[in-house]
Design a protein around this ligand. Structure first.
Ligand code: AHR
Length: 494
C-alpha cells in the first residue's frame, strides 16, 4: 500500500491554541475521590492531591481542565462544596446515582489547578441552577474582595481571586438525560440572561454555550442554530460533545475521525449562518469540550455509593489509534476549534487509572494524547493526502491515512502525526515543502501491536506503549516512510 502526504511551510491553517489539549474532571465515579484527591494516600500532598496524577498532568502539559461536570453540574449547588469540610452536606447526586460528600469543591479545584500547572474551565449549573447562582459563583471565584461573596472566599482561605477565565453555560442542556434539560428556546434565553449577569460581574471571562451533545439527537442541528440566535453576541464558543463506541468492527472505530470532521464542519457552518444573520463580524469559535471513546454500556456498580468504581474503562490499543486519529482532526480544524477536552482525566473514561491507596496505570490512549499535547503546538499546517479509501458503514468512504502536521517555530521543528488505518503496512511518500534548509528526521515513534484489543492494567502496565522506529533519511524534501499496519506514528523533523 502506498500513500502521499505533502506539507508546506507556506500553507498554515492557524496557530494552535494550546487549550486544544485540555481534559475534564467531573464528580463522577472516582475521578475526584480517589483520582485527583485522596487524602491519606502515601503519594498525596498536604491538600490530599495525588502527586502521581499531578505529575501526569504536568507531563502531558494539560493546559486546561473542565470542572465540575458534566451531567453532575446540572444538579450541583456550588455552596455545598465550600467552607469547613466537616460542615459540608452529604447529598444524593442524581446524575450518576451516587453520594456526593462535597469534600472537594471549587476552592480545592483552584488549588489543584495551581499544583497541576493548568487552568480551570468552570461549568455553571443551568439545570436546577439559576442565572443568579451562576453569577454568584463567579463573584465568589473572581471578585477580589469587599463583597459578601468575595470576602467569604477570603475567609475560606483564598485571599487571591481564583481568576477562572473560561466558563461553560451549563452542560448538555439538549440531552433528555440532563437534570432539568431544556428546549433550545428555553436554554437560549436562560444562557443569554446568565451571560449578561456573568459579564457584569467579570467582563473579561470567556463564555461557552452548550451546542449539540450528539448528532443523533432529533434537535441537532436546529438546537445549535436557535441557541446561537439567542446568544451569538454573548458567547465566545459553542461546545460540541462526541463519544465513539467499539461495536465489534475495528475499521468503524479507527475511522471515527471522519465523523468528528463532519460534526465540526456542520457546526462551523451553523455558526457562519447565524453570523450572517446577525450581520456581525464577531466570530464564535468551537470548544470540543468532551470527546473520547466510551463503552457506554458499562453498568453502574450500584446506587448511592461514595466514589463508586464506575466508568473505569480499560482502553485498548484500538481505542488509542482512534484517539490519535481524532487528535489529527482537532489540529486540522484548529482555526475553528480553539479548545477541546479529552473526557475525562482520571478514573472515569480516562487516559489513566489509579487504585485507592495504590498506584496509577497509563492507558494506551494516554500516549497519543500526551504526544500530541506536548508536540502538537505552534502552527497547524495543511496536509494534502492521497491514500486508499475504505468503505465504512458509519461514514461512507474514508481515507485510510489520517494525518496532521505542525511547525513549532521556537524549536524549528516540523512534527507529522499519521494514523495508518489499514491491516497492511503503508509506504508513505512524504514531501516537506518550503522549509528553511535541509530537514532530517530526528525521531519516529510507533504505537502498534498484534492485538488491537490489548490493554494496560496494574499487572502489565506497559503492555501497550509507543516504541522507537528507525529514522528515515530525507532527500531533497522527500522521504519514504514505512507506517506499520494499524499504527499511530509521530515523526519529528529538524
Ligand atoms: O463524560 C461523561 C458524561 O458524558 C458527561 O457527564 C456528560 O456531559 C456526557 O454525556
Amino acid at each position: 500500500l502506498q500513500a502521499k502526504l505533502s506539507v508546506s511551510r507556506e500553507e498554515a491553517i492557524s496557530s494552535i491554541d494550546e487549550r486544544l489539549y485540555g481534559s475534564f474532571v467531573e464528580h463522577l465515579g472516582r475521578a475526584v475521590y480517589g483520582g485527583i484527591y485522596e487524602p491519606g494516600h502515601p503519594l498525596s500532598d498536604e491538600h490530599g492531591f495525588r502527586k502521581d496524577v499531578l505529575d501526569m498532568v504536568r507531563e502531558a502539559r494539560v493546559p486546561i481542565v473542565r470542572y465540575p461536570g458534566g451531567n453532575f453540574v446540572s444538579g450541583y449547588n456550588w455552596r455545598d462544596g465550600i467552607g469547613p469540610k466537616q460542615d459540608r452536606p452529604r447529598r444524593l447526586e442524581l446524575a450518576w446515582a451516587a453520594i456526593e460528600t462535597n469534600q472537594f469543591g471549587i476552592d480545592e479545584f483552584a488549588d489543584w489547578c495551581r499544583a497541576a500547572d493548568t487552568q480551570g474551565m468552570i461549568a455553571v449549573n443551568l439545570g436546577t441552577g439559576t442565572p443568579k447562582e451562576a453569577a454568584e459563583l463567579l463573584e465568589y471565584c473572581n471578585h477580589p474582595g469587599g463583597t459578601a461573596l468575595s470576602d467569604l472566599r477570603r475567609a475560606n482561605g483564598h485571599a487571591q481571586p481564583h481568576n477562572f477565565r473560561v466558563w461553560c453555560l451549563g452542560n448538555e442542556m439538549d440531552g433528555p438525560w440532563q437534570i432539568c434539560g431544556l428546549t433550545a428556546d428555553e436554554y437560549g434565553r436562560k444562557a443569554h440572561e446568565t451571560a449578561k449577569m456573568m459579564r457584569w460581574v467579570d467582563p473579561d471571562i470567556q463564555l461557552v454555550a452548550c451546542g449539540s451533545s450528539a448528532m443523533e439527537l432529533p434537535t441537532f442541528p436546529v438546537w445549535d442554530r436557535k441557541v446561537l440566535e439567542y446568544t451569538y453576541e454573548d458567547v465566545d464558543y459553542l461546545s460540541l460533545h462526541r463519544y465513539y463506541k467499539y461495536k465489534g468492527d475495528a475499521k468503524e472505530l479507527i475511522t471515527s475521525f471522519a465523523d468528528m470532521d463532519r460534526f465540526i464542519d456542520t457546526l462551523s457552518a451553523t455558526i457562519d449562518y447565524v453570523k450572517a444573520l446577525k450581520r456581525t463580524r464577531k466570530q464564535v469559535k468551537l470548544s470540543f469540550d468532551e470527546w473520547n471513546v466510551w463503552d457506554s454500556e458499562m453498568p453502574l456498580p450500584g446506587r448511592w455509593l461514595e466514589g463508586p468504581e464506575s466508568h473505569q474503562q480499560y482502553y485498548t490499543l484500538l481505542d488509542a489509534l482512534a484517539v490519535g486519529g481524532m487528535l489529527c482532526t482537532l489540529i486540522n480544524h484548529s482555526d475553528r476549534v480553539r479548545m477541546a477536552c479529552l473526557a475525562q482525566l482520571v478514573n472515569a473514561l480516562s487516559p489513566v487509572l489509579t487504585k485507592n491507596g495504590g498506584g496509577m496505570v497509563k492507558m494506551p490512549t494516554y500516549y497519543p494524547f500526551m504526544q500530541v499535547s506536548t508536540l502538537g503546538r505552534g502552527q497547524a499546517l495543511a496536509v494534502r493526502v492521497q491514500a486508499p479509501m475504505v468503505e465504512t458503514e458509519h461514514s461512507g468512504d474514508v481515507r485510510t491515512l489520517q494525518s496532521a502536521a505542525v511547525y513549532d517555530e521556537q524549536a524549528r521543528e516540523v512534527r507529522v502525526f499519521a494514523l495508518n488505518c489499514n491491516e497492511e503496512d503503508m509506504l508513505l511518500n512524504l514531501r516537506l515543502e518550503a522549509f528553511e534548509g535541509e530537514l532530517r528526521m530526528v525521531e519516529h515513534t510507533v504505537l502498534d501491536g498484534e492485538d488491537l484489543m490489548a490493554v494496560n492494567d496494574f499487572d502489565a502496565p506497559e503492555r501497550v506503549k509507543p516504541h522507537a522506529a528507525p529514522c528515515t533519511p530525507v532527500a531533497g524534501e522527500r522521504a519514504q516512510i514505512r507506517l506499520p499496519a494499524q499504527s499511530w506514528n509521530v515523526m519529528r523533523f529538524q
